[in-house]
Design a protein around this ligand. Structure first.
Ligand SMILES: [Zn+2]
Length: 399
């Protein structure tokens, strides 16, 4: 496990990845690109195309993908980080590094709610949020980008508090409902204040997750009007199907499906979004760490489950954990486009999968084998220690 600072090494560097067998773009409208080579300079994608069209001159890092597929690094839209790569929820070290081995390059905090002694007074919760934002901006566990600093709102907060938080660099709210605000009108007022100052919001949907938390039903979810409907499939306890349907149809906001939720409700929500032709609203998270633990392969498992059981083409399922999330969360990663962050996961069919190709294997419910994960153009892990072994593995030709 390597722990490195956020600041990249000095000097220009050029990464070229060639012999890519399949480029998955992360964009629902065009999920497969006609390309076999990608170049990136100083961590940004500069060229995508066929080998003959790519300027590989001066490459400082050359990767031979050996025919593996390349997708944007996966984004977990719902995590609860606390301190670096430690989580007190399961008293586990290295959980973020384990997720890197599951293809995760970006995580978004839905609140640092597992912080021992978490302050609930207004000055204290603001201080915790600002501190968490700074800690994870300064420190990337194993290179993973963790967007943290997500305060849970309390009834005593005023508009000025949201202004203060935004000015201090806070860009997210923790799940509405995990703090003292559990009613629709108060949540709506505060979510609007947050939005006014550029802070994105999410809400806990469904029954209580652990003893002490509460029910948030469809009326509160729709009234609060957060940017993302957090775990629409419950965390774990899901709302009745009729309420899930009401939420999908009653707003235009993001619909987040999590690993640590109700899987039947996940499929129901996916079906509702598909029927509405609004698949671009669906994003994936794990909600880890949680009572269900840490799932280093949680996002991959969601992709395979939704594809296999939800009748979703595998190349589209990957978009729910990459381009959809990046667009909704206004991130600079998640899509294979020039100018975007050079965050990639290289994978292939797992050994002995019944699937002929990577996409077939996902459609059959198998997990891909990860051979390499790249963040900002730097190789962060090679053959995953967590996924089933891939048939083919990329090699580093020059580093
Ligand atoms: Zn929750």
């Amino acid at each position: 496990m390597s722990h490195e600072a956020a600041t990249p090494a000095a000097g220009p560097r050029k990464t070229v990845i060639r012999n890519i067998g399949l480029v998955l773009s992360g964009a629902l409208e065009n999920p497969i690109l006609d390309a076999d080579t990608i170049a990136a300079v100083d961590g940004r994608i500069t060229q995508i195309g066929r080998a003959r069209d790519i300027d590989a001159e001066g490459a400082t890092v050359i990767i031979d993908a050996k025919g593996c597929a390349l997708a944007p690094g996966l984004i977990d839209s719902h995590v609860h980080p606390v301190a670096g790569d430690w989580t007190p929820r399961q008293n586990q070290l290295g959980w973020i590094d384990s997720n890197l081995n599951g293809g995760i390059t970006t995580m978004i905090s839905a609140g640092e709610v597992h912080t021992p002694g978490r302050p609930r007074d207004v000055i204290g919760l603001k201080a915790l949020a600002i501190s968490a934002q700074r800690q994870f901006a300064n420190f990337r566990p194993s290179g993973v980008k963790v967007h943290a600093g997500a305060p849970c709102i309390e009834p005593e907060m005023t508009e000025q508090d949201f202004k203060d938080l935004a000015e201090a660099g806070v860009k997210l709210l923790g799940e509405v409902g995990l703090g003292g605000v559990k009613d629709g009108p108060t949540a709506r007022r505060m979510v609007a204040w947050a939005r006014k100052y550029g802070i994105q919001s999410t809400i806990h949907t469904g029954g209580p997750s652990i003893p002490g938390s509460g029910l948030i039903d469809k009326d509160v979810v729709l009234e609060a009007d957060t940017d993302v409907v957090g775990h629409i499939n419950g965390g774990h306890t899901a709302l009745p199907d009729t309420q899930i349907r009401c939420i999908c149809e009653g707003c235009k906001r993001g619909l987040e499906i999590v690993h640590n939720g109700n899987e039947r409700a996940a499929l129901y929500a996916l079906r509702a979004a598909t029927e509405m032709k609004q698949l671009e609203r669906v994003i994936l998270g794990t909600d880890a760490p949680a009572g269900s633990g840490v799932q280093p392969l949680g996002i991959l498992r969601m992709i395979s489950m939704l594809s296999a059981l939800g009748d979703l083409p595998a190349e589209q399922a990957i978009c729910l954990a990459t381009g959809n999330t990046a667009r909704m969360r206004k991130l600079d990663c998640g899509l294979i486009e020039t100018g975007r962050a050079a965050d990639f996961v290289l994978m292939d069919t797992a050994q002995h999968s019944a699937g002929e190709t990577l996409l077939d294997s996902i459609r059959l419910g198998d997990l891909p084998g990860i051979g390499m994960v790249i963040i900002d153009g730097l190789v962060r892990c090679q053959r995953s220690r967590n996924t089933p072994p891939a048939k083919r593995i990329p090699t580093i030709e020059k580093a």
